[in-house]
Design a binder for this molecule. Structure first.
Ligand SMILES: Nc1nc2c(c(=O)[nH]1)N[C@H]1C(S)=C(S)[C@@H](COP(=O)(O)O)O[C@H]1N2
Ligand SMILES: [Mo]
Length: 336
């Protein structure tokens, strides 16, 4: 049974604001007739539908469509934290395999074939193998989770993801007693990933990320296949990416092809590139600055010259109540 958690830091019924409500793609498409007719939906739903009218419809693979919950969702965020418009979340991206600029992923990732897709699960597990995406899910259905996403570069968004807990995937493949970390690897496909051939060859491909096993098993940690009620756009890491909402965005590895249970802490891409700037833990922490800039505040997108939309960064990105205990007794300045 999927663990249903409503983090106190994320959604509270009393704080639901109509502005923060958005309708899933299915609702948008299915309800558009009704919306036009102004029938059967309350006034705030009309307002919400128009404010999230920028969600581009896309049909996912059959297994994805089957696993979409068909009840009508009412996504809510904390007061004052609206969901980032789809356009911003899909046109301001980091995905260096497609190039170094924020606009490169949207421009180039569309060519990446994402179906069929398989993921190798290996290392210290009872059930290693090559799994099709649908098999990775097992009986899980998709859950929607609205999370803040805080990039180490001091910008942030609020995104409604669709996915399932990494914990349930891991339980299915049966980690053995030696498994202490999870290592993830992105697809390496220079033919479809123009950024890999560019002069921006700073990164060591494939992109690698990792979590301690207890972090990976935490109920907030999400294997993600969709966003804004639809299948994940390629620039956001289709068809499978990781979301760890209390950590800097670079932990959220995209287009995953390999998940390994390992004994030793994996060496991650950013650590390899600049170990004094990017640590293994990468927990969002307003008190520990990046060597080149402060992490005390962040720019919440959309942000412009006249409305910079700067806000204080929260410890563990606002999820401290849920995750702080994972790090009790650890020096977070040393373990950045
Ligand atoms: N494979 C891969 N995964 C990646 C990256 C990348 O360059 N390659 N960039 C990371 C960084 S720095 C961030 S902030 C997030 C951005 O996710 P988004 O583009 O969906 O907002 O993806 C992360 N995952
Ligand atoms: Mo990032």
């Amino acid at each position: 049974m999927p663990i249903k958690i409503v983090p106190r830091s994320a959604c509270r019924g009393s704080e639901i604001t109509p502005e923060a409500v958005y309708l899933s793609r299915r609702q948008l498409l299915g309800a558009s007739g009704a919306l036009l007719a102004g029938a059967a939906l309350p006034g705030w739903a009309l307002a919400a539908a128009s404010s999230y009218g920028d969600v581009e419809a896309a049909k996912g693979p059959d297994w994805f469509e089957r696993k979409l919950p068909d009840t009508r969702w009412q996504a809510a965020t904390v007061k004052g934290e609206d969901i980032t418009p789809f356009k911003d979340a899909t046109h301001y991206n980091n995905f260096y395999e497609f190039g170094p600029d924020k606009s490169d992923p949207a421009a180039h990732a569309g060519q990446l074939p994402t179906q069929p897709w398989s993921v190798v699960v290996d290392g210290e597990v009872g059930k290693p193998g090559t799994y099709g995406l649908e098999d990775l899910f097992g009986p899980d259905t998709l859950e929607e989770r609205i999370y803040r996403m805080r990039c180490v570069e001091a910008w942030s968004m609020v995104i409604p993801w669709l996915g399932f807990p990494l914990a349930s995937l891991l339980k299915r493949v049966e980690p053995n007693g030696k498994a202490r970390y999870v290592r993830f690897e992105t697809l390496k496909d220079p033919q479809h990933m123009p950024g890999m051939n560019s002069s921006f060859a700073l990164l060591d491909w494939p992109y690698v990320e990792g979590l301690r096993l207890d972090e990976a098993m935490h109920p907030l940690t999400l294997m993600t296949v969709g966003m804004y009620g639809r299948v994940l756009p390629n620039q956001n890491g289709a068809p499978l990416r990781l979301i760890v909402p209390w950590k800097y965005g670079f932990k959220g590895i995209k287009s995953i092809v390999r998940i390994s249970l390992v004994e030793e802490q994996p060496r991650t891409t950013w650590q390899g590139m600049a170990p004094n700037e990017y640590g293994f833990y990468a927990n969002v922490n307003p008190e520990v600055d990046h060597p080149r800039w402060s992490q005390a505040r962040e720019r919440r997108l959309p942000s412009g010259l006249f409305s910079p939309n700067v806000r204080p960064t929260l410890m563990f990105n606002g999820y401290g109540e849920e995750v702080a205990s994972l790090y009790s007794g650890m020096d977070l300045r040393r373990n950045y």
